[in-house]
Write a protein of this length. Structure first.
Length: 267
């Protein structure tokens, strides 16, 4: 059988021993690297445990900013915060979701002020109207139709009262009656109308089919469609402007028709 010189050399005992030493050295180096990595992770784990158990990083001050009718204690409770929490172990997303569960809170920001202070910035929902449901209960609602808590009733004094045939919804959730949302759209536009078109809305009745009936301090009925229409708003503003310029008032204005129906009265 033919054998090359290299094959003969590789078969020598001393060459085989050298190869085994190289393999063993490679395994040893790999083992040492793995051991070093584990040691680093173990050290980091112990350091983490030390930090999480250290009193130096215990939350000692919670500052709440932006709240008005919602108390600091309500916000802290909603966020699930408690005494002696470690500032590093705080799960800010979970805290945010808890605080956002409060019916009067719209936005939340949380900042760690190392090593022991926590800052919570909130934006409260503000009432745009009062909602009277079929059960007679009255609660504030914001611009988007979210039902607020009783805390906001003081802020809602003098706001329009929206009367719905639906039952009271869940605080912090959107009102189920879609016509209430349409009424809020109309109220928003009317609120920002020029002074010449200003209307002081007292009530909005959304119980009628195909109609939203607004009552002002001087007009018994302003009727809009149950689907928001900017054209109807524009027509109402034009009618109001003309009536005032001519020293006249109206007891009823129906904007649902192409030609606005007006029942006039003298001022």
């Amino acid at each position: 059988m033919y054998t090359t010189k290299n094959q003969k050399a590789a078969s020598r005992p001393e060459v085989k021993k050298a190869q085994m030493r190289d393999i063993g050295s490679g395994f040893l180096k790999t083992f040492l690297v793995i051991a070093a990595v584990f040691a680093i992770f173990a050290g980091l784990y112990k350091l983490g445990e030390k930090i999480l158990s250290s009193e130096k990083f215990t939350v000692k001050s919670i500052r709440v900013e932006g709240n008005h009718s919602v108390s600091k204690s309500e916000i802290v409770k909603a966020g699930g915060l408690y005494a002696n929490m470690n500032i590093y172990s705080l799960k800010t997303d979970k805290i945010k979701q808890g605080i956002l569960g409060h019916p009067d809170i719209e936005k939340v920001e949380i900042e760690r002020e190392m090593p022991t202070n926590l800052i919570i910035r909130v934006k409260e929902r503000e009432p745009m109207a009062l909602l009277k449901a079929s059960d007679g209960k009255i609660l504030p609602v914001d611009r988007r139709g979210h039902i607020l808590s009783e805390n906001k009733l003081e802020n809602a004094k003098g706001l329009p009262l929206i009367i719905t045939a639906e039952e009271t919804g869940v605080q912090g959730k959107e009102c189920k009656d879609k016509k209430v949302l349409t009424a809020l759209d109309y109220l928003l536009v009317i609120r920002h109308a020029p002074e010449r078109n200003f209307l002081k809305i007292k009530t909005v009745d959304v119980r009628q089919k195909d109609a939203l009936i607004f009552k002002t301090v001087s007009i018994d009925e302003i009727i809009f469609s149950e689907q928001y229409s900017s054209d109807e708003v524009a027509k109402i503003f034009e009618v109001i402007k003309n009536l005032r310029e001519n020293g006249r008032g109206a007891s009823k204005i129906d904007a649902r028709y192409e030609d606005v129906a007006v029942v006039c009265k003298y001022l």
